[in-house]
Design a protein around this ligand. Structure first.
Ligand SMILES: CCCCCCCCCCCCCC(=O)SCCNC(=O)CCNC(=O)[C@H](O)C(C)(C)COP(=O)(O)OP(=O)(O)OC[C@H]1O[C@@H](n2cnc3c(N)ncnc32)[C@H](O)[C@@H]1OP(=O)(O)O
Length: 267
């Protein structure tokens, strides 16, 4: 994939970049604004008049957003320009707590096969599943920062607990200005899914029950706090709460059952 990015002729890139600037100027006053939570600087739109831009160049751009400058797969669980100060504050708080090893930041890649390193419980999970190299991670499926799920997970192994610092972007809108409940379910499922993977390896969600207490404003920052309560045989019981960053508002409460799998291949 990398070589495809590097093979794009530089003249094509220049033309692409100038079109991009042109596109931004053209569209600055005409396109709808994100209702909340997205930095305009991170937005890239492709409009009709500039469709000189080929699908190949578009693909090269998309690929280039998936790799860091060092050519390594991009770790999406690191700060970017779309993160609000509130998101950065909570992130820094947990980075600080990670210094003595109590918490561990979980790197997060678009493609599961990019999850490298001995800290990667997720990779161990996938190796067990023999999943395709191109397996995607749903929550990382947008090319542009700040529009969808912006999040970083921290695992506390001794407490079997995972917290996700989460900032929902405008593409997750349900009721005007608020995150769709399905997106909240997805971040809860992934947070407690991470906990369940940590304690039980290969698992699937069998049951997820959510009480939505207060809507989550788009662009706000919340803390998704999940933990394993107990295991009974193959059954992993978990609970989760979603709090506003200031701890004053309980947005959602959930319980879940995950089932440890012997193997997906038997299915
Ligand atoms: C550290 C890591 C970091 C990672 C970060 C990234 C994380 C990303 C994470 C992403 C995460 C994304 C995660 C996702 O989105 S997973 C996608 C959504 N989930 C599914 O699609 C699962 C579909 N269901 C199934 O495949 C099967 O039904 C499963 C596998 C769940 C169980 O079928 P299986 O044939 O294997 O088991 P069994 O039927 O013998 O049952 C076994 C026991 O379980 C009990 N039971 C079963 N179902 C229920 C139920 N609904 N309520 C209450 N109890 C239930 C059952 O009574 C029995 O109990 P007992 O009789 O033994 O007492």
């Amino acid at each position: 994939m990398l070589s495809q990015v590097q093979c794009v002729p530089s003249s094509l890139c220049c033309s692409f970049l100038s079109q991009l600037v042109f596109t931004r100027l053209l569209s600055e006053n005409s396109r709808p604004q994100p209702s909340n939570g997205a930095s305009r600087d991170t937005e890239v739109f492709f409009h009709g008049p500039v469709h000189l831009c080929t699908a190949g160049v578009r693909a090269a751009f998309v690929l280039s957003t998936q790799f860091s400058q060092s050519g390594q797969p991009k770790d999406y669980a690191l700060p970017n320009a779309s993160w609000s100060q509130g998101m950065l504050n909570l992130y820094n708080e947990f980075v600080e707590k990670s210094k003595d090893g109590t918490w561990k930041r979980i790197p997060s890649y678009r493609h599961s096969s990019d999850s490298r390193g001995k800290e990667s419980y997720f990779l161990q999970f996938l190796e067990g599943e023999k999943m395709s190299k191109d397996t995607r991670l749903f929550l990382r499926s947008l090319d542009e920062e700040g529009l969808g799920f912006e999040y970083v997970m921290f695992l506390n192994p001794s407490e079997k607990r995972m917290v996700t610092v989460y900032q929902p972007g405008p593409y997750l809108e349900g009721h005007p200005g608020f995150a769709h409940g399905g997106s909240t379910a997805a971040i809860i499922d992934s947070t407690i899914g991470g906990c369940a993977i940590f304690v039980a390896g290969r698992v699937m969600t069998a049951n997820l029950s959510i009480d939505f207490k207060n809507p989550i404003p788009l662009g706000s920052v919340v803390l998704v706090d999940g933990k394993v309560n107990r295991m009974e045989g193959r059954k992993v019981f978990l609970s989760c709460q979603v709090w506003s960053a200031d701890g004053q508002t309980l947005h959602a409460e959930a319980t879940a059952l995950f089932i440890q799998l012997d193997s997906l291949s038997r299915r």
